[in-house]
Design a protein around this ligand. Structure first.
Ligand code: MN
Ligand code: MN
Length: 286
């Protein structure tokens, strides 16, 4: 366990440096493909691995958008840009996210998510119950005039598992699970001026190893091998698999998804097209 915590602490250290590096990159007229790849390369340069493809989710997309291989999206003035960055060391992920409003110093939705996260972090210690964290988050956000995204949550983190037990919802609940000393948790607050529910959207750009299954194409078997050996069973994207042509990659991924060997993370969009901001931090309890 001590050794695992050392991996987490190393991931935290790299993450701190990467976040500082990343913030100035989020500016007008920049391609999000270049931003994601620059951040991912910085993580590798510092001795970590991206724990998942850098998520760059704009406006009513709350999460899980990562640039496609030939992505042409460019940031424009007023965009509310959520950047979610995972750094992993030996499969131990450190999970952080921030939001920037292009061309503006801040945005009321960003201020609300950051304030609610601060309030949550203040009470997150051994013995704190999940419902207490959710309650302080939703109350803080509502008092500032916005909604939380009710079907998004903070979560535990374990080696090889970016989302572990328990879920820590943004909205009030009665979950009695307690935070435990020596364990790692990510808390993330999503605020919106919309109804507060996200639904799955497209195109899906994030995938994750699920289990070994027999598949026909050698490219599919190769992908499965890479997800275990290089990506440590954590989420990945097509951009990261350069040894297979994009056309074959699509066919092989489809085969793996149909076989149940790979799971997918489609982009999550606010259902009423509300704007969404996100702030996230990871902590080790105790
Ligand atoms: Mn995250
Ligand atoms: Mn998270």
């Amino acid at each position: 366990m001590e050794e695992l915590l050392e991996h987490f602490k190393k991931a935290e250290k790299i993450s701190t440096e990467v976040i500082q590096f990343a913030k100035p990159l989020i500016k007008q007229d920049t391609k999000i493909l270049d931003i994601a790849e620059t951040i991912e390369n910085k993580i590798r340069e510092l001795g970590g691995k991206p724990a998942w493809p850098v998520n760059i989710s704009i406006n009513d997309i709350a999460a899980h958008y990562t640039p496609e291989i030939n992505d042409t999206i460019v940031l424009k003035e007023g965009d509310l840009v959520k950047v979610d960055i995972g750094v992993q060391v030996n499969g131990c992920p450190w999970d952080r996210a921030f939001t920037i409003c292009i061309g503006k110093k801040s945005h009321p939705l960003i201020d609300a998510s950051s304030k609610a996260l601060d309030e949550a972090l203040k009470i997150m210690k051994a013995g704190t119950k999940v419902y207490e964290i959710s309650e302080i988050v939703e109350t803080t956000v509502n008092n500032l005039g916005f909604n939380v995204v009710r079907n998004l949550s903070g979560h535990g983190i374990e080696q090889y598992h970016q989302h572990a037990h328990p879920m820590i919802p943004n909205s009030k609940n009665t979950i009695q699970d307690e935070l435990e000393s020596g364990k790692v948790y990510a808390m993330e607050v999503f605020t919106t001026n919309g109804s507060g529910v996200v639904i799955e959207s497209s195109p899906t750009g994030i995938f994750k190893y699920h289990g070994d299954k027999p598949v026909r194409l050698w490219e599919a078997r190769k992908i499965l091998e890479i997800t275990k050996n290089e990506f440590d069973q954590l989420p990945f994207c097509k951009r990261w698999i350069k040894t297979i042509t994009p056309l074959k990659l699509d066919i092989a991924l489809r085969q793996l998804i149909e076989a149940g060997a790979i799971e997918t993370y489609p982009p999550l969009k606010e259902q009423s097209n509300g704007l969404v901001a996100q702030t996230e931090e990871t902590v080790i309890i105790g």
